[in-house]
Design a protein around this ligand. Structure first.
Ligand SMILES: Nc1ncnc2c1ncn2[C@@H]1O[C@H](COP(=O)(O)OP(=O)(O)OP(=O)(O)O)[C@@H](O)[C@H]1O
Length: 563
C-alpha cells in the first residue's frame, strides 16, 4: 500500500507556523490507525496516515480551544506504550440545528518509540508539556482585550448550591465540570452550600492564601453572597482581588451569560452555556469587574455585581420564583403573567451622568488617574435613543398614577441581616468609600440629573450585559466600563409595546425599537426614592429592603475569570 506520510510542511518553517514537534503515533482508541501529529505555536495538526491524498483526514485544532493535555501510562503493565491526550472545546455546528457551540474534542495518542515504558512516558510527557505551554502562550498573545492578568488557578474552591435552578447543579457538576477541570489540571475542593448565607460565611472566614480562585456554581445569588462576604473582611482590599469564577447552575445565570457574550460567542442553550463558561474558567484569564455599592435605609451597605431593579423587572424576578422548575424560561412566563396586571410605580429618580467620552477610574486611592477612552464616543449605539432631554425640568408628565399595589412577599428572602443604620454615605467599616454619594437623607448634589417624571413602569440599573440568560439588557456594557447602564420606562406604555421591548431585549435590540417610553442613560451613581408604600427592589435578583436606595459604581473593583 502506498502510504503517504504527512511530513512537516517546509512552508511552515517560519514564526508561529514553525513545527516545534512532529511524531507518528497510533490513535489510542484504535491501534490500526496511525497519525502524523505536528505541533506549532498555534495549532495541533493530526493527519491520519492513509493512502488517501494528504489533506484528507486532516484535523487542525487551535490551541486557543485547548484546555489541557496530560500524559499517562496505560492500565496494562505489560504494555510498554504511554499516552498523551489533549482536550479541545472548539466551536462546532450543532447537530440538527443552526448555529455553533463549544463541543468537546479529545485527541489521544499512544507513544511506543521504544520498548522501554519509561522512555515512552517521557516522550508523552514532553508532548503534553509542549502543548500546555503553547496553550498558555496563546492566551498571553490575546490582544485588544483588557485582560490584566494571566494566571491559571491551581487551587480552586468550588461552591455549589445544590438547590439552585432546577436543583441540578450537582448533577451538572458531575456530568460536565468535574471532567473539564480535570482535563485542565485544575485541582478543586467542592463546598456544597447548605443554607442561605453559608457561602458568605465560608469566604468571610476562609484563609484566602490557600485559594487561587473562588468559583461559584449556582445562580447569581450565591456570587452575591461571596462578593459581600469578601468585602466584609478586614482585609477586604486584598480579598476582593481573589479571582472569582461563575458556572451557571441557576435559572437566571445573568453573569455567566454576560461573560459568554463578552467572549464574542453566539447565544446558546443553558447546557451549552455551562460548557462555554467551563471552558472560559479552564482558560483562567482574569479580568477586572465593576461592582456597585448599594445603600438602603436601615440595612448595611451591599455590594452588587449585576443589577438594581424596581418595578416591573423586580416584580417579575420575585413572582417568577414559583416557575423555577422551567429554568431560564421562568422570566418569560413571569413577564407574560405580570403584563396582564401591568402597574405604575411612583417615585423619584436621580442620577449622576457618566462623562460622555472619558473613563474615570475607580475612586480607590491607588487608581486615581483619568483615561480618555476614544472608543467610548461610539459607546451609545443609539445615541439618538439616549434621551437626556426627557429629564429636563420643563418636561411635565401627567401624574395620573395608580399607587403601586405590589405586596412585598419577601419576608423570608429580604437581606436585612443586621440593624446598623447607614444614614451616612459610607458607614460600613469595610469596603471602598462612596465618594459620589451623599447620605440618603441629604439632597442629591447639584450636578445630578433629577428625572421629572414620577410615574414609572420600571427602573433597571445594569452593570453587566445580561439580565438573564436570554435577556441582553445592556448590550454596550463591558465588564469594567465603570458605568451603570440605567434604563427606565415611563408610565403610559402599552402592554404590547412593553412586550415588544422585552422580546427585542432577547437580542439586545430594545433601544432600537424607538420606544418613546424607554429612556437610557449611562450613569455613575443613582438614587431612587419610591413613593409607593409597598413594593419590591432587587439587587442582583435578590430582594432587599424596600425604601430609598442609592448606588455608585466602583470600576474594576473585583476580579473575574473570563477566559
Ligand atoms: N443548600 C441550600 N439550600 C437552600 N438555599 C441555599 C442553599 N445554598 C445556598 N442557598 C441560597 O439560595 C439562594 C439562591 O441561590 P442562587 O441565586 O445562586 O440560585 P437560584 O436562585 O436558583 O438562581 P437564579 O437566581 O438564577 O434563579 C442564595 O441566596 C443562597 O444563599
Amino acid at each position: 500500500m502506498d502510504q503517504r506520510r504527512a511530513e512537516p510542511d517546509p512552508s511552515y518553517n517560519n514564526g508561529i507556523n514553525q513545527v516545534a514537534l512532529y511524531g507518528e503515533f497510533t490513535a489510542a482508541g484504535n491501534r490500526k490507525v496511525r497519525c502524523a501529529v505536528s505541533l506549532t505555536e498555534r495549532d495541533l495538526t493530526v493527519q491520519r496516515i492513509t493512502s488517501a491524498p494528504v489533506g484528507r483526514n486532516k484535523l487542525v485544532l487551535s490551541l486557543r480551544d485547548c484546555v489541557g493535555c496530560r500524559a499517562y501510562r496505560g492500565e496494562d503493565n505489560a504494555d510498554p506504550g504511554a499516552y498523551f491526550a489533549a482536550y479541545f472545546y472548539p466551536f462546532k455546528r450543532r447537530w440538527m440545528s443552526s448555529g455553533v457551540s463549544r463541543q468537546r474534542v479529545e485527541q489521544c495518542f499512544r507513544v511506543v518509540t521504544l520498548q522501554d515504558p519509561r522512555t515512552n512516558l517521557e516522550e508523552a510527557e514532553k508532548w503534553a508539556r509542549a502543548v500546555r505551554e503553547r496553550c498558555v502562550r496563546q492566551q498571553n498573545l490575546r490582544d485588544g482585550v483588557l485582560f490584566s492578568e494571566v494566571r491559571r488557578p491551581c487551587r480552586v474552591m468550588l461552591l455549589v448550591n445544590p438547590q439552585s435552578g432546577k436543583g441540578q447543579a450537582l448533577t451538572l457538576y458531575n456530568n460536565h465540570i468535574q471532567r473539564m477541570l480535570n482535563e485542565a489540571g485544575v485541582p478543586h475542593t467542592l463546598v456544597i452550600t447548605e443554607r442561605q448565607n453559608h457561602a458568605r460565611e465560608v469566604v468571610r472566614e476562609a484563609d484566602l492564601s490557600q485559594w487561587d480562585a473562588l468559583v461559584i456554581m449556582s445562580g447569581d445569588g450565591l456570587l452575591f453572597e461571596v462578593i459581600n462576604g469578601l468585602l466584609e473582611r478586614s482585609d477586604w482590599e486584598e480579598a476582593i482581588h481573589t479571582p472569582l469564577g461563575i458556572l451557571p447552575g441557576g435559572s437566571g445565570n445573568a453573569l455567566a451569560a454576560s461573560i459568554h457574550h463578552y467572549s464574542g460567542a453566539m447565544p446558546v442553550s443553558s447546557e451549552e452555556l455551562l460548557v462555554s463558561c467551563g471552558f472560559l474558567l479552564c482558560k483562567g484569564l482574569v479580568s477586572r469587574m465593576d461592582l456597585a455599592s448599594v445603600h438602603l435605609p436601615s440595612s448595611p451597605r451591599l455590594f452588587s455585581f449585576l443589577s438594581l431593579a424596581w418595578g416591573f423587572v423586580a416584580d417579575v424576578d420575585v413572582e417568577s420564583e414559583k416557575y423555577r422548575h422551567v429554568g431560564a424560561a421562568r422570566f418569560t412566563v413571569g413577564t407574560l403573567v405580570r403584563l396582564a396586571s401591568l402597574r405604575v410605580y411612583k417615585g423619584k429618580l436621580a442620577y449622576l451622568p457618566a462623562a460622555a467620552d472619558c473613563k474615570e477610574e475607580g475612586d480607590l486611592g491607588n487608581r486615581t488617574t483619568l483615561h480618555c477612552n476614544n472608543q467610548s464616543s461610539s459607546f451609545c449605539p443609539a445615541s439618538l435613543l439616549c434621551r437626556p432631554s426627557r429629564d429636563s425640568p420643563c418636561q411635565n408628565a401627567a401624574h395620573h398614577t395608580f399607587h403601586n399595589s405590589c405586596h412585598s412577599n419577601n419576608s423570608l428572602k429580604v437581606r436585612r441581616t443586621e440593624s446598623t443604620p447607614s444614614r451616612n454615605a459610607t458607614k460600613a467599616l469595610t469596603g471602598p468609600s462612596d465618594t459620589l454619594l451623599p447620605s440618603l437623607d441629604q439632597p442629591v448634589p447639584s450636578d445630578w440629573v433629577v428625572v421629572q417624571e414620577e410615574d414609572f413602569v420600571l427602573m433597571l440599573a445594569m452593570y453587566q450585559s445580561h439580565l438573564a440568560e436570554d435577556l441582553l439588557a445592556a448590550p454596550d456594557s463591558t465588564l469594567d466600563d465603570g458605568v451603570i447602564h440605567l434604563f427606565y420606562v415611563r408610565a403610559g406604555i402599552s402592554r404590547t409595546a412593553l412586550l415588544r421591548l422585552f422580546l427585542a431585549m432577547e437580542k439586545g435590540a430594545h433601544l432600537a425599537t424607538n420606544c418613546q417610553h424607554l429612556v437610557y442613560s449611562r450613569v455613575r451613581a443613582l438614587r431612587l426614592e419610591p413613593y409607593s408604600p409597598k413594593g419590591v427592589i432587587t439587587v442582583d435578583g435578590e430582594v432587599v429592603e424596600y425604601g430609598p436606595v442609592q448606588a455608585q459604581v466602583h470600576e474594576g473593583l473585583a476580579r473575574l475569570i473570563t477566559g
